[in-house]
Write a protein that binds this ligand. Structure first.
Ligand code: F6R
Length: 569
């Protein structure tokens, strides 16, 4: 949700950290700040808004040890007081924090401190400051008293830096004596990095890095190589979202090629004679999981998709003959992680389908099936969604013992945008509905999520067959209904639904490859195999959301109240 960054070295750490925060800004962008040492005193610069503001405020300043944060508010409103870094009441420590301290209210009552902000982070910091011992001992002691999640960088006025984490990612790299710290490998420099596990801590003093476990014992950690795709992608269109949609064909092709040339599928350890698959995910990844479940049913498996935020509390009978697939672009989503940990604790078969190498989810699960969508920066997931569907489809072919399709097929991959003439019209409606049956209903859900997420239009998806069980009451001349029809078997039934909508004054726009909808406004899709049509048909829906967002003058890459990685529950 938030991004944290740190620098210790001979160069200007303010520039380095601001650069790092710029890269991490996609994770949170309502306020940001840095802390640094000036004449042995801790100083902060904080601002509401984006890293651009911070960059202007810190121009021509310099410091060698700097920590920084870009925030997505959870506790306390968006203002400079609540922005990180926080300074402890003794003024001896500064800290940036990702995550949530669940018991901060109890802890706050126990501390005799005048708090400056409404944040849980400031409570954690003052708890650290109230402990006895060296800085790393203080952080370890305080971490035992907090419930919740954290990734922290603590900077002391003597220049010592301590890091610690639980469930929220934190990494560091050491490049020729310059130390970079970040909550995402993307913002690190160098070729190798260290990844902290839960309840591991680091102390950095006079450039010496020491790692500790939760008992305060020194531990040895191996470095890992930074993957080549861990670089900020270029954008070839106005926004990351648009560029990412246009990458669809390439990333599908890349995923197919990677699956063909490596033994990715055969390395997956599967339960013996299993016939059941559960898919667990949130948001867009949940929609991909719903689609995946249909592909697995198609080849005879008992498959079902669950919302991770519900599954983790659910009463599902977990069993050793089921494969549990956790689908996540980031591999960091808190509810998906919690569900994976829960399943893993029963020693069952887990598979992470993620787009992020080295992600927490990959580390938890027994098996990993990567998607090769490349970095996705826009908050609204597009190419990662199509890639997830594609990967699940290819995995279903593997399970069924079928050959993967030929790359040649993709030479003709159809790419349809949403007809621009409808954009202004749809944006003028008070109510927007997406309808579909079978696989198209899943696409309708995804289309609706995408539209509300970046255009803030009140819209929702409904299975066409459910219209007459209540929702038809909302259809009048203020409603536009976007109907998706890519499956032959549901054409006729859908037409009756559309007539019902028309009769009540609702505007209908059909998205389909069929010629049967001449009486309605239509966005025409090119024909492709039916099972691929969920990929073909979701692209115009992604464009629809993008263009309406732009029509209203919003930035699709940075929607309000959302961030790319939802690491809080
Ligand atoms: C919507 C969107 C979110 C994510 C959800 C899960 O466009 O991006 O709904 O799909 O937060 O995120 P991951 O896939 O990272 O687990």
């Amino acid at each position: 949700m938030c991004g944290i960054c740190g620098y210790i070295g001979k160069n200007n750490g303010i520039d380095e950290v601001v650069q790092g925060l710029n890269i991490l800004e996609y994770r949170g962008y309502d306020s940001c700040g840095i802390a640094y040492l000036e004449n042995k005193k801790l100083k902060t610069i904080k601002t509401v808004g984006g890293v651009n503001n911070l960059s202007n405020l810190s121009k021509s300043m310099s410091a060698n040890i700097v920590i920084g944060h870009t925030r997505w508010a959870t506790h306390g409103g968006v203002n400079e007081r609540n922005a990180h870094p926080h300074i402890s009441s003794s003024k001896k420590l500064a800290m940036v924090h990702n995550g949530i301290i669940e018991n901060y209210k109890e802890l706050k009552e126990q501390l005799d401190v005048n708090f400056c902000s409404e944040t849980d982070s400031e409570v954690f910091l003052n708890l650290i400051d109230s402990e006895e011992g060296s800085l790393v001992e203080k952080v370890i002691k305080a971490s035992k008293k907090v419930q919740g999640t954290f990734a922290v960088i603590v900077l002391a006025e003597n220049g010592e830096v301590v890091l610690g984490k639980r469930e929220s990612p934190l990494y560091l790299s050491n490049m020729n004596g310059e130390i970079f710290i970040a909550s995402d490998v993307l913002a690190l420099k160098g070729e190798y990095f260290y990844s902290l596990n839960d309840d591991e801590f680091v102390s950095i003093k006079d450039f010496k890095i020491l790692f500790y476990n939760k008992n305060g014992e020194i531990i040895y950690k191996k470095q890992e190589k930074i993957e080549k795709n861990e670089v900020l992608p270029e954008i070839f269109y106005k926004t990351h979202m648009e560029s990412e949609i246009y990458e669809t064909k390439n990333v599908l092709l890349k995923t197919l090629k990677e699956y063909k040339c490596e033994d990715i599928f055969s390395n997956i350890k599967l339960p013996k004679n299993f016939r059941s698959i559960s898919l667990i995910a949130c948001g867009t990844a949940y929609h991909a999981s719903l689609m995946g479940a249909e592909y697995f049913k198609e080849i005879g498996y008992d498959a079902r998709a669950y919302l991770a935020s519900e599954f983790r509390y659910g009463r599902e009978l977990l069993n050793k003959n089921t494969l549990y697939i956790f689908v996540s672009q980031s591999g960091e989503t808190a509810d998906t992680i919690a569900s994976a940990k829960m399943v893993k604790s029963h020693k069952l078969y887990t598979l992470a389908l993620t787009n992020t190498p080295n992600s927490l989810l990959n580390r938890i699960c027994k098996n990993v099936l990567p998607t090769f969508a490349g970095r996705e920066i826009a908050v609204a997931s597009t190419k990662a969604y199509t890639c997830q569907i594609w990967s699940l489809y290819l995995f279903s072919l593997y399970l069924a013992g079928k050959k993967l399709p030929s790359e040649k097929k993709f030479a003709n991959f159809p790419f349809t945008t949403f007809d621009e003439t409808y954009i202004k019209e749809i944006a003028s409606y008070k109510k927007v509905f997406f309808i579909g049956r079978d696989l198209d209903y899943i696409t309708a859900m995804e289309a609706s999520l995408k539209l509300k997420e970046i255009s803030y239009i009140n819209c929702f998806a409904i299975a066409s067959g459910e219209l007459k069980h209540g929702t038809l009451a909302l259809i009048d001349e203020d409603a536009v209904v976007i109907a998706i029809c890519t499956q032959e078997k549901i054409k006729t039934k859908l037409i009756s639904n559309l007539e019902e909508i028309k009769a009540r004054g609702g505007k209908v726009i059909v998205v389909s490859q069929f010629d049967d909808f001449k009486d309605f406004s239509c966005v025409k899709l090119s024909k492709f195999d039916e099972l691929f049509m969920p990929i073909v048909s979701v692209i115009p829906m992604q464009f629809l959301a993008l263009r309406i967002c732009e029509f209203f003058g919003y930035n699709p890459d940075k929607p309000r109240n959302l961030a790319k990685s939802v690491t809080v529950e």
